[in-house]
Write a protein that binds this ligand. Structure first.
Ligand code: URA
Ligand code: CA
Length: 433
């Protein structure tokens, strides 16, 4: 088999065989096929697309290019949740203990990653003592005992995806639905999930800016999952404004605790209940979505979800007293209110601009080497649709620097106030097969 023939075939709109797909994925991973040939092929895929069968084969070829996580020692149906990423997205911290309280096993592998705020691992590390470096045995034991554990990324998972993604990034072929969908799904499948709930974000703060693109990606991923034997569904949720009020690591931990107490922001609560009901259904812990949602609301009301969160923290060495005493979380030196310049209704809060403002304070990473300041970030006191009076604090800045002029200006530029009320939409669509 020759790589040049595979490139030409795809260039002319042909369908690659399973053997051809494995040939290029394996050859690229082990270094026998050079970057320039693979970049020609990814560009051909960008223009000519891939069939459903090709997408499933590409996904599995990337899964098999490296190690995979074996969760077979964990009882029950392991359902994983994946978000395509947004601003102030605290859902994992709430969802993990919440569905675990209903007996759904949550064996979560999380990363630090790049972005406006840290990843789930950074957020958990704002809790004193919390340890994410568990052995495989300890991880399995904790999930079997408590139904929830979170471990930092280990092992050489999907090396083909790592190389391909880095190559696409510098050759203009990131924005290809078959390549994005197989990239994301390969990582979830390698991490050992039996079933997958996808939270595909849309809007200014999302990877997919338009609803049409988000929907196309969601359909592609749901198809791949189901074609390779993992029950998969997707929720398309709004990321035109940040999710919840808090954007920042320790601030989001506090927000997660409030939500587990039933006192969280309305949008975060709704999203958690929507994603959670789907997870409970896939894990076969309820017969209908309505029943699943009722059970989730019940474990929040009864305090069982919060108890599960405490148990989860203690089992991994974390100080669970932060649940009742959130002032024990890292605190910023300064707390500065940003006052509304006019009265009216908040009509827009540009999510990615708010994310960049949080990053300017030190809440996120621009490069892998950056360190994250866990204490800093922003809290939105108003969300889209809310009424606001001139001089009311619209956002509160949590900073370790006194000079926050640049951040303030960014916030003013990203928030629009209008005379007419607007209604935000959170859940745009639910996609099953
Ligand atoms: N995120 C991924 O993991 N892969 C892509 O290709 C794009 C976004
Ligand atoms: Ca938030």
């Amino acid at each position: 088999m020759r790589m040049v023939d595979i490139i030409s075939k795809k260039r002319d709109g042909g369908e690659l065989t399973k053997d051809e797909i494995y040939f290029f994925v394996n050859g690229y991973t082990n270094g026998t096929i050079p970057d320039y040939q693979v970049s020609a092929l990814t560009m051909a895929i960008y223009f000519k697309d891939m069939t459903e069968r090709e997408r499933a084969d590409l996904t599995m070829a990337m899964v098999k290019s490296g190690e995979t996580v074996d969760l077979s020692q964990i009882e029950g149906i392991k359902v994983d949740k994946h978000s395509t990423g947004g601003v102030g997205d605290t859902t994992t911290l709430v969802l993990a203990p919440l569905v675990a309280a209903l007996g759904v096993p949550v064996a979560k592998m999380s990363g630090r990653g790049l972005g406006h705020t840290g990843g789930t691992i950074d957020k958990l590390e704002s809790i004193s003592g919390f340890n994410v470096a568990l052995t495989k045995e300890k991880f399995v034991e904790l999930v079997n005992r408590n139904k929830v554990a979170v471990v930092g990324q280990t092992g050489n998972l999907t090396p083909a995806d790592k190389k391909l993604y880095a190559l696409r990034d510098v050759t203009g072929s990131v924005e290809s639905i078959p390549l994005i969908a197989s990239s994301i799904m390969s990582k979830k499948i390698a991490a050992g999930a039996d079933a997958i709930v996808l939270d595909v974000k849309t809007g200014a703060g999302a990877f997919m800016k338009t609803e049409k693109d988000a929907e196309e990606l969601a359909h592609a991923m749901v198809k791949i999952g189901n074609n390779v034997g993992r029950k998969t569904m997707a929720v398309i949720s709004d990321m035109s404004q940040p999710l919840g009020f808090a954007v920042g690591n320790a601030l989001e931990v506090k927000e997660a605790i409030d939500t587990l107490k039933g006192q969280g922001p309305e949008d975060l609560t709704e999203l958690v209940l929507t994603l959670g009901s789907q997870m409970v259904m896939l894990a076969k812990k309820a017969n209908t979505l309505e029943e699943a949602k009722e059970k989730l609301v019940e474990v929040i009301k009864s305090g069982k979800a919060l108890e599960k969160f405490k148990l989860f923290l203690e089992s991994q060495g974390g100080d669970s007293s932060i649940v009742d005493n959130p002032e024990k979380l890292p605190q910023s030196k300064y707390k500065i209110d940003v006052l509304a310049k006019e009265s009216g209704f908040v009509s827009n809060i540009v999510a990615d601009e708010i994310g960049i403002a949080a990053m300017l304070l030190g809440a996120g990473r621009a490069t892998k080497e950056d360190t994250v300041d866990l204490a800093v970030g922003l809290v939105l006191n108003k969300k889209v649709g809310d009424k606001v009076q001139k001089d009311e604090p619209i956002v509160t800045i949590y900073s370790n620097r006194e000079d926050v002029e640049e951040v303030k200006n960014k916030i003013y530029k990203s928030i629009a106030i209008s005379k007419k009320a607007v209604r935000p939409v959170l859940i745009h669509k639910i996609i099953t097969e």
